[in-house]
Ligand binder design. Sequence first.
Ligand code: MN
Ligand code: MN
Length: 470
Amino acid sequence: MVKNGLVTTTAMERERLDIGIAGGQIVRLEPDIEAGGAPAVDAGGKDVFPGFVDPHTHMELPVSGTVSSDDFYTGTLAAACGGITTIVDFAGAVRGQSLLEALSIWKERAAPKAVIDYGFHMIVPELDEAQIAEIPGLVQQGVTSVKSMMAYKRGPQGSGDGSLLRMIMAASECGALAMVHAENGDAIDVTVDRLLAEGKTEPRWHPRSRPAILEAEAVNRAATLAAMVDWPLYIVHLSSAAALEAVMTARDRGWTVLAETCPQYLTLTEQEYERDGFEAAKFVCSPPLRNEEDRRALWSGIESGRLQLVASDHCPFFYEPQKQAGRENFSRIPNGIPTIQAMFSLLFSQGVRSGRISCRRFVELSSTNAARIFGMYPGKGEIAVGSDADVVVYDPEREVRLTRRPAEPTLLREHVDYTPYEGMTVTGWPDTVISRGEVLVQEGEPVETPPAGRGRFVPRRSGTWELPAG
Ligand code: MN
Ligand code: MN
């Protein structure tokens, strides 16, 4: 039972309602429920949102000889402290590997550790016949989205246009969502080689090796291939004005192209790469941080509904020693940043508090749209009778300074030695976080050490892929 909260869903904004919970589900939603014997969480007039859903994470992901530093325990606990009650992580196969085998490896990693509920997408490499034949089997197991990497062509997971088209065809035959990391990998590889040959080895060359036009080009190409099959396409981590324009052009043609952006692209810019020494490596992710104009265009996409949701692309690496692998060569810096715990507080602070978006729009972006698009609605992404009791009591007034400086108090607990948001203050922070009726977090801190492995695998159905009207 959650009492005295101001509940926001896509159907209501800040209505004072109590939430009755039994068996891990919401069983009542009414103005005044008598507490009876059930232990009550007193929301005391704070905001109450559906548990946040982050559909783009990389826990313990093997990348270029190392592994992302949050595992399914530390990463999901940090996520829970940020109000997230469900993640969808990327399982991934390499060239020649069985997709179903890759899925079982990821399930074995997550099952004993996850604190919150989790699903998987599947990253597919350059596909062979045997792998294509396995895609319906993924859907049967509740993995209803597959992703192709148009970048990283020299790695074990990058793939070409033929493979991408075949992935979209296979997805269309079994109701899976086709996703892409949209950047022109061939052009990036050539540019990286040229920069390195010119002695341009520092991290500030990273963004110059993969400009926004290469993202826009890849969005257009992938959208064209999806249109040939007449099947929806989902663009992960959209980062630039040019790429958003390419999405809008595709939609003008009547093509269904959905897109997410990430808190880093809404908050930070390429200026971070001009830092002295090797500090810029802390901001190396792909696509890279863009310029101020891009940042503004993404906010306008958030305000207008042209962007469907905000996902983290959380993929942390320690500055010491992991990021140091690229000291002599920016292309060897493991790509990725820690961003999951503060992501929705950044969105709330800079979105709701600064007057850009309503609480309802915030709920769409942080929870409901992800649950719908990825086939988990209304079990996830909703406060309604019959939904899982995944609920965040959110303090809209709490100010939190984001820091990982040694000796400074912090609420951030991602397993990593820095935050890209060092020194920033956000207004609004999760107070109480409830997953299937269990209180995991109070006043922003875990109630006790939550049991590893309490999180459940969420088998997903086909999602809902309508575009907003207009
Ligand atoms: Mn990516
Ligand atoms: Mn990613």
